[in-house]
Write a protein that binds this ligand. Structure first.
Ligand code: NAI
Ligand code: MG
Length: 488
């Protein structure tokens, strides 16, 4: 009992308790040395390959195919063939395959979660409790719509588009795959999907789920590669492109597709305001701030990266926030106690470091809790900037890392004005006890999603998407089906 401190009349509190390492075993994952392209239900051998690594220690995991333009065309042709039969199946038949996929994903979720954390760097806690359950839920949810399209869109005669080309990013690799593939299949389309170059492995493991589910060949094709593979898919004979990624590439794709008649949805960047009023429950708000920006290392398009605090509670909020940040455990993504994992790539780490240096140079005050970062791999400590002016780069540009910029406001009008002072408009958070203020704020914030007294909540039934440079088109819910349908 020597390390127990007496705190007056309160119960004794143990001192210096730390978490023992709790590494998740990687035995459940069987990696191949080399992966090819999944086209027409078979493995198509590519000419070139690249190495995919784990960002936690830069250890090589496997060789992955770099799909050429010809490979992409072959994948699209096989999707086009499969469309003939897939689109004519009764919705209930399509649903059957999708329910199978959902169930197999749930059954194999541990394997997928470990692989996701290994290849992408996110904490196992998050891939296990967020990415995997949500990915399965998207297949379950959209499977339910597959035979009800006529009711979902009454008097509009919904028809599938054809082949959907889908390009996804590295921050939620399997979840973004599910967001894209599930509504496309439910609507009767076939798919060619390109995973991000740094995180292809769960998409490749997903091909095994498709085999187990006996999905007809060609309905889903997976082509790995870099941006050039993505560009080839945009230019191929597809009927629709669905893209999630940077605003820069989104704009380039939109220019490319102008006048082609191909449909397009874009889910791009964000610079969300998390707005804290002085009547909120401060401790809950601090949890929401932490979850808003440090979840998934801040590699989240809807991350609450700009904290707007009402001036009257500025000091206690910042103090509590710094205390809370000091308890975040940064380190091995495969450790079950880790809160903040590895930065996804060297490239992304460079980008974060550059913007953080710009923040300091422009005059903001930086705080990072003491934490020991591993020597190998890509790491960045949870960071908060105070004394931030709206014009600073760290208040304007998407950092896509565990870096929070704090601004203050006095009135709701000022909060709205500052929150909307961004080229983006993906999400926002409001913390207040007043219901009327929540509704008023939600009306005035130019953001696709507004969370009230919570943050980063997702559900397959709820549409998600942005305004302005955050893109257009919705994913999730019935709204997420519409972009995969034509209406007579
Ligand atoms: P990116 O937009 O280059 O990559 C996203 C996907 O697009 C990847 O699959 C990539 O291979 C593909 N791609 C790249 N160039 C393409 C092209 N010309 N045509 C078609 N597809 C192409 O994003 P990147 O470079 O990985 O990250 C840069 C920044 O973008 C990040 O720092 C972050 O700010 C933002 N970003 C936002 C995401 C979001 O969810 N909104 C996701 C990823 C990045
Ligand atoms: Mg890029």
């Amino acid at each position: 009992m020597t390390d127990v401190e007496k705190r007056q009349d309160r119960s004794p509190v143990p001192q210096g308790w730390t978490y023992a390492p709790a590494p998740e075993s990687t035995d459940v994952v069987r990696l191949q040395d080399r992966y090819e392209l999944y086209v027409g239900g078979e493995w198509l051998t590519a000419k070139e390959h690249f190495t995919t690594i784990s960002p936690r220690d830069e250890a090589p995991l496997a060789e992955v195919a770099q799909a050429s333009e010809a490979d992409v065309h072959q994948a699209v042709a096989s999707a086009r063939d499969a469309f003939q039969t897939w689109s004519k199946l009764p919705g209930s038949e399509r649903a059957k395959y999708m329910f199978r996929i959902a169930r197999i994903l749930a059954e194999r979720s541990r394997e997928f979660a470990v692989l996701e954390s290994l290849n992408g760097g996110k904490p196992i806690k998050e891939s296990r409790d967020v990415d995997l359950p949500l990915a399965a839920a998207h297949f379950f949810y959209y499977a339910g719509w597959a035979d009800k399209l006529e009711y979902a869109f009454p008097n509009r005669t919904p028809k599938p588009l054809g082949v959907a080309g889908q390009i996804i990013p590295w921050n939620f690799p399997l979840l973004m795959l599910a967001w894209k593939i599930a509504p496309a299949l439910a609507a009767g389309n076939t798919v060619v999907l390109k995973p991000a170059e740094t995180t292809p492995l769960t998409a490749l493991l997903f091909c095994d789920v498709l085999r187990q589910a006996e999905l007809p060949p060609g309905v889903v094709n997976i082509v790995t590669g870099d941006g050039s593979t993505g560009a080839a898919l945009v230019d191929a004979d597809v009927d629709k492109i669905a893209f999630t990624g940077s605003t820069e590439v989104g704009k380039a794709i939109q220019r490319r597709l102008a006048g082609t008649g191909k449909k397009l949805t874009l889910e791009l960047g964000g610079k969300a305001a998390n707005i804290v009023f002085d009547d909120c429950a401060i401790d809950q708000a601090v949890e929401g701030i932490v979850n808003g920006i440090y979840f998934n290392q801040g590699h989240v398009c809807c991350a609450g990266s700009r904290l707007l605090v009402q001036e009257s509670i500025y000091e206690p909020v910042i103090e509590k926030l710094k205390q809370r940040m000091a308890t975040l455990r940064v380190g091995d993504p495969l450790d079950k106690n880790t809160d903040v994992g590895a930065i996804n790539s060297r490239e992304q780490l460079n980008r974060i470091e550059e913007l953080v240096a710009a923040g300091t140079a422009e005059g903001a005050e930086i705080y990072q809790p003491p934490c020991k970062l591993p020597e190998q791999g890509y790491w960045f400590a949870p960071t908060v900037f105070t004394n931030v002016a709206q014009s600073y780069r760290i208040a304007q540009e998407e950092i896509f890392g565990p870096v929070l910029s704090v601004l203050t406001f006095r009135t709701p009008d000022e909060a709205v004005e500052k929150a909307n002072n961004t080229p983006y408009g993906l999400s926002a958070g409001v913390w207040t006890e007043k219901g009327s203020r929540i509704l008023w704020m939600a009306q005035h914030l130019r953001a696709g999603v507004v969370w009230a007294n919570t943050f980063n909540r997702f559900d397959p039934t709820s549409p998600f998407g942005g305004y302005k440079e955050s893109g257009f088109g919705r994913e999730g819910g019935l709204h997420g089906m519409e972009p995969y349908l034509d209406f007579a």
